[in-house]
Design a protein around this ligand. Structure first.
Ligand SMILES: [Zn+2]
Ligand SMILES: [Zn+2]
Length: 350
C-alpha cells in the first residue's frame, strides 16, 4: 500500500481538510494514475453534506479525474506510462450481470463500485475519489483522453460530459433536430455544446434572460425564456428532444407541453421528488419522460473520442485544493462558469 495526500470531509458539517489515505499496490490489471486535475461536481457537495443519506466518512470526493499513467500491471497492454487518461464515476462492477454485459456498468445489478463512497473490494472500507494525489484503477475503468484536448478542461467530461452526451446519443439526436436544453449550469452548458456539435437546432431554455448571451456563445441557436408564457406557447409541440438538467424538484408540465408527438424529455439533474405531472400532458401526443445516469465505459470512451474530433471541452475555473470550501459555497449559489477544476499540483506541493 502507498500513503498519499488527499482532501476529505469528516462529517456533513465539516469543511474539507488534508487527510492521508492509502492506495493499493498496482495489481496485474491495474493502472496507477498520477492525478493532474479533478473537476468539482455537484454530487461531491451532495455526498459531503450527506444529502442522499448514504455518505460514509471521511468522504474524499472527486470523480472527474484526469492524469498521467504512472505504472501499469503485467496484464495491461492498452495503456503505457505517460498516457493521458481519465477516470469518471465508476471504478469497478461485477462484469457479468445483464447490465454489465450490455456495457451499462452504471446500472450493474450487483452494485457498481463508485469512485468514492462505495465499498472498496481491495482494501476494505470505502473508496476515495480524485481530490488526491493518485488513484489505482482496474484497466477496464480507465479511459483514454484525446491528446488534442486541454486536459484541465477535459476533466468535467468524465461526469458532466457523459451525463449529457449519453441521453442525446441514446435517444438518437441528429442533425436538424430541434433540441431544448433546460437549465444552464455545469450539466446544461455541456448539453448545449453536445447538441450543437451533433448538428441539432439547439435551444437554451432558461428562466433568466441574463443567460441568453452566454448560451449563444456556448452554441445555442436560440433562447427560450420559460417564464414568458407567450414564448412558451409559440414553441409548444415543437421539440424533438428535451434535456432537463434542473438540479432540484420542479414542475415539468410547462416543459412537457413543448414536446412534439412521440418526443421525449430526459431528466438528468433532479435526484429528488418532482411536482405532480398532469397525465394529459403525456397522453396528448404520446409523449415520454425518462431519466438517464452517466454512461457505461464504452459510451464514455465514445464521448471522449467525439470530444477529440469536435474539440468539445468544458468551460472551467481553476482552483487550488486549498480553496475547495470557498468553491463549494460558490457552487451552492451557482456562482461558477461552469465547472470548478482543481489543479492537483496545489495538493502535491502542500
Ligand atoms: Zn458528478
Ligand atoms: Zn454487473
Amino acid at each position: 500500500m502507498t500513503k498519499i495526500k488527499a482532501y476529505a470531509a469528516d462529517n456533513k458539517d465539516a469543511n474539507l481538510k488534508p487527510l492521508e489515505i492509502e492506495r493499493r499496490e498496482t495489481l496485474k490489471d491495474d493502472v496507477k494514475i498520477d492525478i493532474m486535475y479533478c473537476g468539482v461536481c455537484h454530487s461531491d457537495l451532495h455526498q459531503v453534506q450527506n444529502d442522499w443519506k448514504n455518505s460514509v466518512y471521511p468522504v474524499v470526493p472527486g470523480h472527474e479525474i484526469i492524469g498521467k499513467v504512472l505504472e501499469v500491471g503485467a496484464g495491461v497492454t492498452k495503456f503505457k506510462v505517460g498516457d493521458l487518461v481519465g477516470v469518471g464515476c465508476l471504478v469497478d462492477s461485477c462484469k457479468s450481470c445483464s447490465a454489465c454485459e450490455d456495457n451499462l456498468e452504471q446500472f450493474c445489478e450487483n452494485g457498481a463500485t463508485w469512485t468514492y463512497n462505495s465499498k472498496d473490494k481491495h482494501l476494505g472500507g470505502h473508496t476515495f475519489g480524485g481530490y488526491s494525489e493518485s488513484v489505482t484503477v482496474n484497466k477496464e475503468f480507465v479511459l483514454k483522453v484525446p491528446e488534442n484536448l486541454d486536459p484541465k478542461a477535459a476533466a468535467p467530461l468524465l461526469c458532466a460530459g457523459i451525463t449529457t452526451y449519453s441521453p442525446l446519443a441514446h435517444w438518437g439526436v441528429k442533425k436538424g433536430d430541434k433540441v431544448g436544453v433546460i437549465g444552464l449550469g455545469g450539466l446544461g452548458h455541456m448539453g448545449i455544446k453536445f447538441a450543437h456539435a451533433m448538428g441539432a437546432h439547439t435551444v437554451m431554455i432558461t428562466t433568466s434572460p441574463s443567460k441568453s448571451e452566454d448560451a449563444k456563445k456556448l452554441g445555442a441557436d436560440a433562447v427560450l425564456i420559460s417564464k414568458d408564457e407567450a414564448q412558451m406557447k409559440e414553441h409548444a409541440n415543437s421539440f424533438d428532444f428535451l434535456l432537463n438538467t434542473i438540479p432540484v424538484g420542479h414542475d415539468m408540465n410547462p416543459y412537457a407541453a413543448l414536446l412534439k408527438r412521440d418526443a421525449t424529455m430526459v431528466i438528468v439533474g433532479a435526484v429528488e421528488p418532482l411536482d405532480p405531472l398532469h397525465g394529459g400532458s403525456l397522453i396528448m401526443g404520446r409523449k415520454s419522460i425518462a431519466g438517464s445516469l452517466i454512461g457505461g465505459l464504452k459510451e464514455t470512451q465514445e464521448m471522449l473520442d467525439f470530444c477529440g474530433e469536435n474539440n468539445v471541452v468544458s468551460d472551467i475555473e481553476m482552483i487550488d485544493i486549498q480553496n475547495i470550501n470557498e468553491a463549494y459555497d460558490r457552487l451552492q449559489k451557482s456562482d461558477v462558469k461552469y465547472r470548478f477544476v482543481i489543479d492537483m499540483k496545489s495538493l502535491k506541493n502542500s
